[in-house]
Structures are given as structure tokens and as C-alpha cells.
Write a protein that binds this ligand. Structure first.
Ligand SMILES: [Zn+2]
Length: 237
């Protein structure tokens, strides 16, 4: 066997291992986990009433159900590279569709946008040269450009934690975009919907939440829960 064939063989082997791990996990779920929660799955078979919509990064290290200890049916999750929410009207894509469905059809009362530490998308926003080979990612991350400008104009480039600040500013920017969606704006105005901006730290498990009144992120668990929701202006219909 020549070297090239050997390499192809070892790639195939590790790809097979990865899939095998997933299949074995599914079998364990079916045989051990599912029987213990059968009542829950029976209840969920024909309806969902999630507690919240959760918009986060596609990063494999962020597991919304794990970090909020939620069950199936609890969270309506939408994930994408950089936990981005395109402003309304710019892109009738998956994120906008999920938001409209969650608010109008499911009537969720909370939307959480959750960024995270060590985010590859945020690193790419800081170093756009890396994106030359990935034109789709580059185009998508234009929706995070606003955060980069806010940081560049206000924080100075010598700051050692630019990535951390950019990650927070990106969450603030995506909250702003979220409010441009008519379904969201209408229910915020009548106090039926609450929006939240979080940043999750992979290494420590800490979550910081955006406090709109203070204009700052504060740890969840230190004092009252930080709120990102603007004040309601109408009584609900
Ligand atoms: Zn990320």
C-alpha cells in the first residue's frame, strides 16, 4: 500500500469510529434512557410548549439543555455560527423563521441569545483574513460587523480582552437585531415577551447576562437577574 492509500485508509477508519460512537449512543438512549422517560415522550408526542427560545452558537461545546438542565420539550433551540440574528428584512432565512414561529405559533415568553467564550466566529470577526476560503461564513458574519465597530471605536485596540468584549458586544448587537422583527417588537411593546443576552464561559460554567439599564454584563447568581428587556408601552391584548 502506498502512503496516499494508507492516509485514505486511516481517515476512513477514524470517520467510522466517530459514527460508531454516535450509533452506540443512540442505542444506549433507546435501551436505557428512553424507557425511564417514556411518560414524558408520550406527552410530547403531539405537542410542544417550550419555556423559552434559545439562540446560540453552533459550537459543539455549548449544550443548552445541559447548562440549563432542561428536558426535551423545554427549549426551542436555534443555532448558527456566531449566535447571529439577522435584522428583519435582510434575510428571510432559518433564524428569522424560527423567531416568528416561536413567538407567533408557540407563544414563547422568553428569547435568550447566548454567546460563549473562545468563539471561533468571534475570532474570525477579529481576523477576517482567515475567512477568504469561506465566503459563506464571511457573508454571514457581516451581521456581527456592528459589534466589531462598537469595540474598535470605544475600547482601543490595546485591550488584552478584545475577544471577550467583542463576544459581549455581539450579543448586544444581536439583541438589537432581534428587536427589529415585528413579531418580537409587538410583544415586547405589550410586555408579553422578555429578551435576554448571555455569555457562557466554557471553562468555568459561569454565565454573564446583559443588564440593559446598567449597560453591562453581570454574573447570573450575583444579585437580581440582569434584564435586557425594554419597558412595555401597551397593555396586552
Ligand atoms: Zn461560537
Amino acid at each position: 500500500m502506498d502512503k496516499q492509500q494508507q492516509q485514505i485508509g486511516s481517515v476512513a477508519e477514524s470517520a467510522e469510529d466517530a459514527l460508531q460512537h454516535i450509533i452506540e449512543g443512540f442505542q444506549r438512549f433507546r435501551q436505557e434512557v428512553f424507557p425511564q422517560q417514556q411518560a414524558l415522550f408520550k406527552k410530547l408526542a403531539h405537542e410542544q410548549t417550550p419555556r423559552a427560545m434559545f439562540i446560540t452558537c453552533a459550537d459543539s461545546r455549548i449544550v443548552p439543555e445541559l447548562i440549563t438542565q432542561s428536558d426535551p420539550g423545554d427549549l426551542f433551540v436555534t443555532r448558527n455560527v456566531g449566535n447571529v440574528v439577522p435584522p428583519y428584512g435582510q434575510m428571510m432565512g432559518g433564524v428569522s423563521t424560527a423567531i416568528e414561529y416561536a413567538v407567533m405559533a408557540l407563544g414563547v415568553h422568553h428569547i435568550i441569545i447566548c454567546g460563549h467564550s473562545d468563539c471561533g466566529a468571534m475570532k474570525a470577526v477579529l481576523n477576517p483574513d482567515e475567512l477568504e476560503r469561506m465566503p459563506t461564513v464571511k457573508a454571514w458574519l457581516r451581521h456581527a460587523e456592528v459589534a466589531k465597530t462598537v469595540v474598535a471605536e470605544n475600547c482601543g485596540c490595546a485591550n488584552h480582552n478584545t475577544l471577550g468584549i467583542l463576544t459581549e458586544e455581539n450579543v448586544v448587537a444581536q439583541l438589537d437585531h432581534l428587536r427589529t422583527h415585528p413579531s418580537v417588537a409587538a410583544r415586547l411593546a405589550s410586555g408579553q415577551l422578555f429578551i435576554h443576552g448571555w455569555v457562557y464561559d466554557i471553562e468555568t460554567s459561569e454565565i454573564k447576562a446583559y443588564d440593559a439599564e446598567e449597560g453591562a454584563f453581570r454574573r447570573i447568581g450575583d444579585g437580581p437577574l440582569p434584564m435586557a428587556t425594554p419597558r412595555a408601552r401597551y397593555l396586552p391584548n
